[in-house]
Design a protein around this ligand. Structure first.
Ligand SMILES: [Fe+2]
Ligand SMILES: [Fe+2]
Length: 674
């Protein structure tokens, strides 16, 4: 064979390479004849089941060699290839370009694999010709009519990514990987019986443009030859992977194909195969029955999962096939060693606090937070991810995609602080020192603790509603909210323990409070809920804890308030800065501000509902007054505290750029105390 075309056997696959890289693999007589000989080798050798056709150098094939064409006319051999193709399955592996006659060679193949960025086109009209090598027949069979027409009339190429969307390209490969991907696909095909493959291929090709009646008439004479063949009788033994499929599975597949029995219901794929089992599983996938209807399953969740699995299994099945087959070939991918599109070589320096997210984010490559998260998958910010995105799942749960919806400029600092200030309510509170108090004060402390147990419980629930919606690009926020959940868990724990540690116990839950907390949990957006919980609600709690010297009657209570206050200060700081960031960065700031005010008009009333609940106000008044008998004095203290609470809330709003002074629905004075 001439050097213009090279062939190489890879097991049962023949790899054929057009080898005129300096001439962009343009088709001259030698190349055309070499190609036909390669096809003869593929079709004539029983040891071969499928082929891959590719081009050497930067591209697949640029079309006809015009000099050779002018001198000697079109090579007859290429016409033979274009018209007849191969009897056995042939996969085109396209890097760089497949243009004019080059694309028509590819269209003569059964399946096209292309590297991202490769150009595919029929530009002949641009030089006064038309695509005479079958392109005008085969292109509209594989892409929508309008796209084929546009390609022919504009002479403009399309990119591999578009061709993949249209279904013309069946696998999209990373640049340089087209042959590897095509070989994996061809090797997958080559595991099946040759006669069945040839017949399937012929029937699909011939069925284009047939009526149904013509198709059935055409298929009928093919059935005895295939279904009574040795391949069919021996089932899996006919394939090179003989013995990997069970005889029962093969028999089931045959009888299904012949329509002699109904599918058995209830077979399930094994979902955690070992590596070796993976190959068996791939074979099993071919024979897998569709899952039974959901009504047959007792467990609806399992039925839903199976339905999604059915939808996704083709994709993961392909990935599994590609990777297992590579391992079987004894070949390595090593694509992960390619640092071209990575930020390899970044060395980050720790600061005085250690190595913080802020230190890492000084590197522009890793620290640039996008305004909008485009990757709804798990790929980390800063990793090589763009080139894999088309094959990644899309996690629909990630819905907080705009930075302004969740970001706060202080979030990384707050996260570091949260980690360094974790404490343990089991061992860090001097429980043994809890001094006996009067029954009045103990009841008040226990009622306040009951109220706070409810507060902390819901304060932990709120972030959990949003954490799963945050994509990788904003992981700093996700991490911070996880620390808030941990803080709230600890607070719930410490107040529950406080209620029992003094010999009293939990007292009354509060309907008014729980209605207002429900409203927070059901806030329409993350920012609105965060404003209500973190800025307003926790701001209020923070102000109360600050007044701990008037409320805490024991050193244990003082220690509890002191520690909780530090944690709450972080939560309030996040809520304040998050609102600021939202109002400053929203694409329509005027509408955003108007909607936030509209929400706050109601939100303040909601929170006011819980602030005036007797389950909260009265025990605080008893603690401040010093006894139940001095509850009036305590209320005077609360009245003074109320003004402070309201003013601190308004100051936080000011810091967020959210002026509530003229609209605040929380009265200036505690009702009955003006
Ligand atoms: Fe808390
Ligand atoms: Fe909190």
């Amino acid at each position: 064979m001439a050097d213009e075309v090279l062939t190489e056997r890879r097991g049962r696959v023949l790899l054929t390479t057009l080898n005129r890289p300096d001439a962009r693999n343009a088709i001259n007589h030698e190349l055309a004849e070499g190609l036909v000989r390669a096809v003869e080798e593929l079709d004539g050798d029983e040891g071969l089941t499928a082929g891959v056709l590719t081009g050497a150098g930067r591209g697949f094939c640029s079309g006809m060699d015009l000099k050779a064409f002018a001198a000697r006319g079109a090579p007859k051999a290429v016409v033979r290839f274009l018209e007849d193709g191969a009897a056995k399955p042939l996969v085109a592996a396209i890097e760089g370009f497949a243009m004019a006659g080059g694309l028509e060679l590819a269209l003569t193949c059964d399946l096209l694999v292309a590297a991202k960025g490769a150009k595919l086109g029929i530009p002949e009209a641009g030089v006064g010709l038309f695509a005479a090598g079958g392109g005008l027949l085969r292109l509209p069979q594989r892409v929508p009519y309008g796209v084929a027409m546009e390609m022919a009339l504009t002479a403009d190429p399309i990119r591999a990514e578009q061709a993949f969307e249209y279904g013309l390209v069946i696998r999209l490969a990373a640049p340089g990987q087209a042959v590897e991907v095509a070989l994996a696909l061809a090797e997958r095909i080559a595991r099946n019986a040759p006669l069945a493959l040839a017949t399937s291929k012929r029937l699909i090709r011939s069925s284009q443009g047939c009526t149904e009646a013509e198709f059935w008439a055409m298929q009928r004479p093919q059935i005895p030859g295939v279904f009574e063949s040795e391949d069919a009788k021996e089932g899996p033994r006919a394939s090179p992977r003989s013995g990997r499929r069970s005889g029962a599975a093969a028999r089931a597949a045959r009888s299904l194909a012949l329509g002699t029995r109904r599918p058995a219901v209830g077979r399930r794929p094994r979902v955690t195969p070992s590596l070796r089992e993976g190959v068996t599983m791939l074979s099993e996938l071919e024979n897998l029955q569709p899952p039974p209807p959901a009504a047959d399953l007792e467990e609806e969740g399992l039925a839903a999962w199976e339905a999604s699995f059915e939808h996704d299994r083709q994709i993961w099945g392909e990935l599994l096939a590609e990777n297992v087959e590579r391992l079987e070939r004894g070949s390595y991918s090593l694509h992960w060693t390619d640092t071209t599109n990575s930020h390899w070589g970044t060395r980050v320096q720790p600061s005085s606090r250690g190595l913080t997210f802020n230190d890492i984010n000084r590197s522009k490559a890793y620290g640039t937070i996008p305004d909008r998260a485009d990757n709804r998958n798990l790929s980390p910010r800063g990793s090589v991810r763009a080139e894999h995105r088309d094959r990644m799942p899309v996690l629909e749960a990630y819905t907080l995609l705009d930075k302004y919806e969740i970001w706060a400029d202080n979030v990384s600092t707050l996260y570091e602080e949260a980690k360094s200030r974790q404490w343990n309510s089991t061992t860090d509170i001097p429980w043994a020192e809890l001094e006996p108090a009067s029954e009045d004060l103990e009841k008040a402390a226990c009622q306040f603790s009951t109220f706070l147990s409810e507060v902390e419980f819901v304060a932990g629930d709120f972030p959990s509603r949003w954490i799963y919606k945050i994509p990788q690009d904003f992981f700093e926020v996700k991490n911070f909210l996880v620390t808030q959940m941990m803080d709230e868990a600890r607070h719930m724990e410490v107040f529950r323990k406080r209620a029992l540690a003094g010999g009293g116990g939990l007292l009354h839950a509060s309907p008014a409070f729980e209605w207002s907390m429900k409203a927070i949990l059901e806030a329409p957006t993350h920012t609105m809920g965060t404003y209500l919980l973190n800025l307003l609600g926790e701001g209020f709690v923070l102000s109360v804890f600050r007044a701990g010297e008037f409320l805490a009657r024991t050193t244990v209570d003082r220690e509890i308030f002191r520690r909780c206050m530090q944690d709450e200060a972080r939560h309030v700081a996040y809520g304040t800065m998050e609102l600021k960031s939202y109002l400053e960065n929203h694409p329509d700031p005027e509408t955003a501000l108007a909607n936030m005010h509209r929400f706050a008009d109601l939100g303040e009333v909601v929170l006011f509902t819980s602030f005036v609940d007797p389950c909260l106000l009265e025990p605080i008044a008893v603690l401040m007054g010093g006894s139940l008998a001095e509850i009036d004095e305590g209320f005077e203290g609360i009245s003074f505290l109320w003004t402070t609470l309201r003013e601190e809330y308004l100051q936080r709003c000011d810091r967020a750029g959210f002026d509530r002074r003229d609209r605040c629905q929380i009265p200036e004075f505690l009702p009955g105390m003006s």
